[in-house]
Design a binder for this molecule. Sequence first.
Ligand code: FES
Length: 151
Amino acid sequence: MTQEIITEIIGKYEPDQSSLIAVLQDVQEHFGYLPKDALTDVSKELDVPLSRVLSLATFYSAFSLQPKGKHPVHVCMGTACHVRGAQPVLEAFERELGIKDGETSEDLEFSLDTVRCVGCCGLAPVVMVGEDVHGKISQSKVSRVTKKYKK
Ligand code: FES
C-alpha cells in the first residue's frame, strides 16, 4: 500500500534526487509524517542513498519521523510569546497531555511542538491546536483548551 502511494507521488516528479524534497513534502502531507517504509521506498525509487534521505528528513523541522496527533498543539516560543510566559504554558501542556515537546500521545490524539512566531504577536502568548488560534493563554487556561479537543 505504502509502495503504491510512493510510486504515485514520485510519478509527478523527475525520478531523480532533484525531486527529493518535493517528494518528501508530499509523503508527509499524505501520511502526516514520514513513515520509515516510505523513506526506504523513496530511496530506492529515486536511487538516492537512504542515509541522504534520512539526513534531509531530520534536517528540516517541517518534516517529522514520528506520527503526529489528530490534534497537533503548537506552542509559540517566538520573542513576544516568550516574554509573556510561553515557557510555563508549554510546561502546563506537557503536564496536561503527559507528553514532552516533540512527542505524540500514545492514543495519537495529541502531539506537542514548539514553533517560532505564528504571526499573532498581539495575542501573545499564542497556542495553535490544528488550525485554531488560542491567544492570551495562561497556565490556568491550558486544561480548558485541551478539554475542547479531548474525546
Ligand atoms: S511571537 Fe508568538 S505569535 Fe509572534
